[in-house]
Design a protein around this ligand. Sequence first.
Ligand code: IMP
Length: 423
Amino acid sequence: MAVDLLLGLQWGDEGKGKIVDVLTSDYEIIARFQGGPNAGHTLEFDGQKHVLHTIPSGIFHEKTINLIGNGVVIDPVIFKKELENLQKHNIDYKSKLFISRKAHLILPTHRLLDAASEASKGKAKIGSTLKGIGPTYMDKTGRNGIRVGDLELENWKDKYRALADKHEKMIQFYDVNVQYNLAELEQEFYDAVDTLKELQFIDSEAFLHQAQKEGKTILAEGAQGSLLDIDFGTYPFVTSSTTTAAGACTGLGVAPNQIGEAYGIFKAYTTRVGSGPFPTELFDEDGETMGRVGNEFGATTGRARRCGWLDLVALKYAVQINGITQLIMMKGDVLSGFEKLKVCTAYNYKGEKIKHLPYNIEAENITPVYTELKGWAADLTGMTKASELPKEFNDYVEYLEKVLQVPIKVVSVGPDRKQTILR
Ligand code: IMP
């Protein structure tokens, strides 16, 4: 049985949590393969809103197995809070939440290092969520990291101590003002590790291979988006993991020829949090309207998201890198009321019209070339059938399909599970 993928195609915050939740009834296993608590996956149902950071979005479904794969980085402290929230809602997670022994741990000093690194960059800062993601992946590739499986060893605290001591020296090296009380942070960390150890640690690649053999349906749930990919994103303003399709292979141990459908998810417009290039960013009333109507505030940090028109050059790039087979368009409802809609179909780059993402996409090099489409006035949020959608909305979607050459199979018209229309 092939493994399907769900990937964000922009700068994250496309609405993956909602769609995984909607798709979950079709899958027996949902697996996260990269990222960590920098992600904030929001799910709304039965009048309640839930935000997940590390735990896969299938956790609210009774029978779904949720796997945190080897490519994920876990902060036990944040993880414990997520578990407490699940307990509050009487979710029995222990029987259906598995963690790869090869997943790496975020230590309190990783968070401090993240803060020190950002502070030292001044204006050039990445806009990191400060969850320690970069320093943890640095220790992973530097072959110094502590993995979940290490917690089963007698001497794991010695390993921890050696690494934390090294981190303290590195924090001093940055020569910036980062205030902390390590003893307190460590106590909180050790308590949280005890909670983490109550869960099932597994050799997740073997588990998945067996599940595939048994014909189980598996969905790999991406975090962040393709334009934040460590290789293919707008480097250095990216996250530290492989957010594209290849990340599911390395982050779960799934072979490339075992990938089935690749669902790509995007918003009907574009948003970005943190720093970095964003060619179609708006600084006017239109951008302000998108932010207000779309409630564009980060689920993890609460930061206001930057908003702009849909960038089809960047979206096509993401479709190609990931081999997307089906598209899902989110937040179409937010564009209701715009008389005209713009989509970026090319860039003017250093005096030349180009249709690909160049190496250097800083604002001074690029101006977007827009195509204008007619907007629609109707409120979409109460619609449940494709036949109810206005003509101009369908024209917008069909235009995108023509450019992207991939069908848009699902459109979302509101945050609730029920506000999802199949085309
Ligand atoms: P980090 O992953 O926390 O180091 O942040 C690096 C960049 O990725 C920053 O611009 C963040 O705002 C952005 N980022 C990280 N996670 C997410 C996410 O889940 N949604 C949107 N942006 C994110």
